[in-house]
Ligand binder design. Structure first.
Ligand code: ADP
Ligand code: MN
Ligand code: MN
Ligand code: MN
Length: 367
């Protein structure tokens, strides 16, 4: 039995001939949405008569929610509402990738649609000019679920060689990283960097800083692009926060946060105020920092492997074993941003940025 995606072994050079055929005035638009798991992405493509110039030109669409864990069999039509449009790095210009919100037939947000609430909160705190930067860690696996490039029997050499590494014996799967980076730039995703991580076959890229809702939109689209690039190469990117048990680092999605007043001179006071507010809502944050109410992060936030314990809140300058880290430079310059290291790699960035704004920013709006 094999569950290999045979499509990855097809001749990609041959594919190029068809991709370069002229397509007339038509435009292929791929609608992308988050499914009922809160983690998975689904997509389907339609032809438009001409190139859409903005999301306002894109019609609503429907899909069968009973096949995505999003509705009962009867009354299964769910609505796709286009919210952000990108260039398509796979079918190329003028074709588009479009991120969508999912609504029920009543036009209420679907259970897994955390964007709706997030957007409302971001509108309220807009005046504070909140910036978010997210660090997406992920692990490459073969289609059989075995870590990509790891020996069939036994384990690679212990951690230490791999972080920011170069070389065939330590940097596993760079083709994916390079192609994903280029594809994101082409698409218009605000990707700002990438690095090899501590565990072999584990990588990171950063998105942002972006203002308000934008970071989560861009991060979700960057995840789609990652899975799509991996599909071409016949490997799988998992966002599991602890893919390998034992002495191997887990995968997080650190969130870096600032408001205009934190970025100004003596902004450290505002950073400290935010951290104080966060300390009083640790459990609430843990509950939304992975899609399973903290269950996934339980395996990762052990207090070891550059993490804090899931049970305690802590903060410190340059401390990578704390829940919240103030970067050293920010401590020295007395302004800038802080980092919350708790979100799991598979978190929903809408839920995370929303909770962050609710805890740290909402009550400052009225001050
Ligand atoms: P590290 O791995 O040391 O935690 P990275 O360089 O991987 O740091 O990530 C730093 C993140 O901080 C980036 O996502 C960047 O966009 C974000 N960032 C930088 N300045 C700000 C700021 N003023 N407000 C919010 N995020 C910021
Ligand atoms: Mn990083
Ligand atoms: Mn990292
Ligand atoms: Mn970090």
């Amino acid at each position: 039995m094999s569950c290999v995606s045979d499509s990855s072994s097809l001749n990609k050079a041959l594919r190029q001939q068809y991709l370069s055929l002229p397509q007339g005035p038509f435009c292929q638009v791929t609608y992308i949405w988050i499914d009922g798991s809160g983690e998975g992405l689904r997509n389907k493509t339609r032809t438009m008569e001409s190139e859409p110039k903005s999301v306002a030109d894109l019609p609503e669409w429907t899909f069968d929610g009973s096949s995505t864990g999003q509705s009962e069999g009867h009354n299964s039509d769910m609505l796709l509402i286009p919210v952000r449009m990108f260039r398509d790095p796979f079918l190329l210009d003028p074709n588009k990738l479009v991120l969508c919100e999912v609504l029920k037939h009543t036009r209420e947000p679907a259970e897994s649609n955390h964007r709706n609430k997030c957007n409302k909160v971001m509108e309220k705190v807009k005046g504070l000019q909140p910036w978010f930067g997210m660090e997406q860690e992920y692990t490459l696996l073969g289609v059989d679920g075995h870590p990509y490039g790891w020996p069939r029997l036994g384990f690679p050499k212990p951690q230490g060689l791999y972080y920011c590494s170069v070389g065939a014996d330590r940097a596993f799967g760079r083709d994916i990283v390079d192609c994903h980076y280029k594809a994101c730039l082409y698409a218009g995703i605000k990707i700002t960097g990438t690095n090899a991580e501590v565990m072999p076959s584990q990588w990171e890229y950063q998105v942002g800083p972006c203002e308000g809702i934008e970071v989560a939109d861009h991060l979700w689209m960057s995840r789609f692009v990652l899975h799509r690039v991996c599909e071409d190469f016949g490997v799988v990117a998992t966002l599991d926060p602890k893919p390998m048990v034992g002495d191997w680092n887990g995968a997080g999605c650190h969130i870096n946060v600032s408001t205009a007043s934190m970025r100004e001179e003596e902004g450290i006071e505002h950073i400290e105020k935010a951290i104080e507010k966060l300390s009083r809502r640790h459990e609430e944050h843990i509950r939304v920092y992975d899609p399973h109410g903290g269950e996934d992060n339980k395996r990762r936030l052990t207090g070891r492997h550059e993490t804090s314990s899931i049970h305690d809140f802590s903060a410190g300058v340059a401390n990578r074993g704390a829940s919240i880290r103030i970067p050293r430079q920010v401590g020295q310059e007395k302004c800038g941003y802080f980092e919350d290291r708790r979100p799991a790699a598979n978190c929903d960035p809408y839920a995370v940025t929303c909770e962050m704004a609710v805890t740290c920013m909402l009550d400052d709006v009225h001050e």
